[in-house]
Design a protein around this ligand. Structure first.
Ligand code: ATR
Length: 287
């Protein structure tokens, strides 16, 4: 990559930000297409997020992504927020408009939907219930994607019940579509399900394992994990062993980057085997 006087700029704001794989993702796309652009890690303290976001147009940035802990706070700073992102309560992508104003989007919904479409094309949203483990920001994006896909019934399973209730309140389109289940009922909730998604941090390197018994999950059900370090979580390994179609968390990460890239750099962002391989290499590297 060569930086010139015309290099288009974007980046990711986080605190810390060094763990993020987004620079590897976006710079792969820039290199692949020979675009005069750069995507930078931007370590921004939470108390300076507003200053940093307002500096984007001043410094000529096209926009940025947001990661922990900025996704919620950024929503109240930007000038416009798409309605879906407002209901989710978080944005992960900012686009600088021609007049310097900031537009906030949540592309995690798109990322999860596209990842499922790519990795489990035969999954039928109306064929069975979907079980979602967790009720954090990632769960909100997954639930929104499932509602959009037309899933008939969503079972939300979370350790803290009040949090799951809030997700249902904020996102539910039809009252009868979502049910809340205690964490202790996670095995039973798998009965007749067509999809299981783990959105908790359990199973991630450095976190406790996700203890769940898949015995009641029908064989044709798809199992997805949004954890991508490690890529093959114990949940996905157990699912594959039982013959389930397993979807890893990397697809969501790669696909969520597409809308931002296309808006900032005006070029298509394709998820290919080569891209996957390049980002997988960074997963193995120490952070
Ligand atoms: P994110 O925004 O990335 O989804 P989060 O908001 O911290 O992250 O959410 C993490 C999810 O993992 C939550 O659903 C959390 O459950 P609580 O709502 O009860 O906190 C879940 N989680 C984390 N550790 C857990 C554990 N040991 N057992 C069960 N659930 C756990």
């Amino acid at each position: 990559m060569r930086i010139t006087g015309r290099t288009r700029l974007a980046g990711i704001m986080g605190w810390p930000v060094a763990h993020s794989r987004s620079p590897a993702l976006h710079n792969f796309w820039l290199d692949e297409q020979g675009i005069d652009g750069a995507y930078l890690p931007l370590p921004v303290r939470p108390e300076q997020l507003e200053q940093a976001l307002r500096a984007l147009p001043v410094l000529g940035f096209r926009g940025c992504n947001l990661t922990i802990p900025h996704k919620q706070m950024a929503l109240s700073i930007v000038d416009r927020v798409e309605p879906l992102a407002r209901r989710i309560g978080a944005i992960n992508t900012v686009i600088v408009a021609a007049d310097g104003s900031l537009e906030g989007r949540n592309t995690d919904v798109f990322g999860f939907r596209e990842s499922l479409r790519e990795s489990a094309p035969d999954w039928d949203p109306v064929a069975g219930s979907a079980v979602v483990l967790g009720a954090g920001g990632a769960a909100r994006a997954v639930v929104a994607a499932l509602i959009e896909a037309g899933v008939g019934e969503i079972r939300l399973v979370n350790r803290t019940q009040a949090r799951a209730e809030r997700v249902a309140e904020d996102l539910e389109a039809r009252p009868s579509r979502m049910s809340i289940h205690p964490w202790s009922a996670r095995n039973a909730a798998l009965e007749n399900a067509g999809l299981l998604v783990n959105t908790t941090s359990l199973g991630m390197t450095g976190e406790p394992e996700l203890a769940i018994d898949l015995a009641r999950l029908p064989r044709q059900a798809v199992v997805a994990d949004i954890v991508y370090v490690p890529l093959e979580t114990a949940l996905l390994a157990a699912a594959r062993q039982r013959g389930h179609h397993a979807v890893d968390g990397l697809g969501m990460l790669l696909h969520q980057g597409r809308p931002g890239f296309e808006a900032w750099f005006g070029a298509p962002a394709r998820v290919t085997r080569e891209l996957r391989a390049a980002v997988v290499t960074t997963l193995a590297a120490p952070r």
